[in-house]
Design a protein around this ligand. Structure first.
Ligand code: PMP
Length: 428
């Protein structure tokens, strides 16, 4: 039996000085209940908690630990860099190197600007699209999450969906009115919005494979249809690749799905787990950003040397070893097939969605293709499954509205253990 005495003590203490005891809401286990597990360290595919118990990790810090935790080349690079100062507030050569590296890996990025989080990346990309087009409104999809900047907190996924917050207090009606939403995979709904708001829409922003309502795949023709619509209507098409970037492939979703975006946002992985984000894209749009243009955007710590060297080291590995992506996919398909067998034999309704090394299980009897179908059924069963898996040493995302992320440190033995654990963890 796993026990959580130390985590309980820490959680009680945390609540005295941190809102809800956590620095990001999903960590609080609010929707699954129970005590959040406080982690002490991690290595490779494993997390170690405050009670010295080991877990096989399926969140990978929500994506960036794609090669496993405490990946030695990254740790070494950080250590070597730190002695030369942790921040300069001036330009550095390393910033050029990482920009050039990213440009060499992903399509459609002529210019790229570093920021400090995925939130900042999406917020800045939207401002840029608005500044570039001179239009105010934009379209996002129900259940997609693009960080916590005000305009995106309308029908958002991830923690907003997990906590079932319908309207976020503090986001003014003025701001929310410029956010138009459509169901994921519903091209007709988007076309209708565009027709109703002719020449008013600056951008369409999308998670090209959604990871914030569980993992949801774009249906054939959906992204292609959006691309065509954006071309016809002069709308900036923004791919939020905070999760999919450098994960679905070295070139991200643009490359994997063979769709061009105008602007792309990145996060997490390009800092190898250090606080980083970035937005980039076509020169004609990007050159409107200050100091080239008047769309203002800035950051004291942007391009931070420790974050840059961590990200640079990780991205180099991903570029130089394309086999990583084949291995990751093979592992994920192996896990998917194993879970499929267990769940099929259980007689429970279930859907497993998977793309590359992203995967999620919904205890649903119908296909899960958008937020409504992700939320329709099975959340109670997910809670039970989550806690049973935890008791078996498997750390899943503590919400049905999050994708699982595999890392390449996972061994076949880890995957077999996970499948065996699932067999013992079936909900009622
Ligand atoms: N976009 C997507 C697709 C995300 O998944 C997230 C975070 N999970 C964000 C943006 C926001 O990133 P951050 O938490 O780094 O601000």
């Amino acid at each position: 039996m796993y026990r959580y005495e130390s985590s309980k003590t820490l959680f009680e203490r945390a609540q005295q000085s941190i809102p809800g005891g956590v620095n990001s809401p999903v960590r609080a286990f609010k929707s699954v209940g129970g005590t959040p597990v406080f982690m002490k360290s991690a290595k490779g595919a494993y997390l170690y908690d405050a009670d010295d118990q080991q877990y096989i990790d399926y969140i990978a810090s929500w994506g960036p630990m794609i090669l496993g935790h405490a990946y030695e080349p990254v740790v070494k690079a950080i250590q070597e860099k730190a002695v030369h100062s942790t921040s300069f507030g001036t330009p550095t050569e390393l910033e050029i190197e990482i920009a050039e590296l990213i440009k060499s890996m992903v399509p459609n990025v002529d210019l790229i600007r570093m920021v400090n989080s995925g939130t900042e990346a999406c917020m800045s990309a939207l401002r840029l699209a608005r500044g570039y087009t001179g239009r105010n409104k934009f379209i996002k999809f129900e259940g997609c999450y693009h960080g916590h900047a005000d305009p995106f907190l309308v029908k958002a996924g991830s923690g907003v969906a997990t906590l079932n917050i319908q309207t976020v207090p503090g986001v003014t009606a003025g701001i929310a009115n410029d956010t138009l939403t459509a169901p994921y995979n519903d091209l007709a709904a988007v076309k209708e919005l565009v027709a109703t708001h002719k020449n008013e829409i600056a951008a369409i922003i999308i998670e090209p494979v959604a990871g914030n309502m569980g993992c949801i795949l774009p249906q054939p023709g959906f992204l292609e249809g959006l691309r065509t619509l954006c071309n016809e209507e002069g709308i900036v098409f923004i791919f939020d690749e905070v999760m999919t970037g450098f994960r679905l492939s070295a070139g991200g979703a643009q490359q994997t799905l063979n769709i061009d975006a105008d602007l792309v946002t990145y996060g997490k992985v390009i800092g190898a787990g250090m606080p980083v984000g970035a937005f980039g894209g076509k020169r004609a749009i990007m050159e409107h950003i200050a100091p080239l243009g008047n769309v203002y955007q800035a950051g004291t710590l942007s391009g931070n040397p420790i974050a840059m060297i961590a990200g640079y080291t990780l991205l180099q590995e991903l570029k130089q070893k394309p086999a990583i992506y084949t291995e990751l996919e093979e592992k994920t398909v192996y896990l998917k097939n194993g879970l499929d067998k267990v769940l099929a034999a259980s007689g429970l309704p279930y859907v497993i969605n998977q793309k590359g090394s992203m995967l999620s299980v919904h205890f649903s009897s119908k296909p899960v293709t958008d937020f409504a179908s992700a939320a329709a059924e099975g959340t109670e069963r997910f809670k039970q499954f989550f806690h049973n898996m935890l008791q078996n040493g498997i750390y899943l995302p503590p919400s049905p509205f999050e994708s699982w992320f595999l890392n390449n440190a996972l061994t076949k033995e880890d995957l077999d253990k996970t499948i065996e654990a699932a067999q013992k963890s079936l909900p009622q």
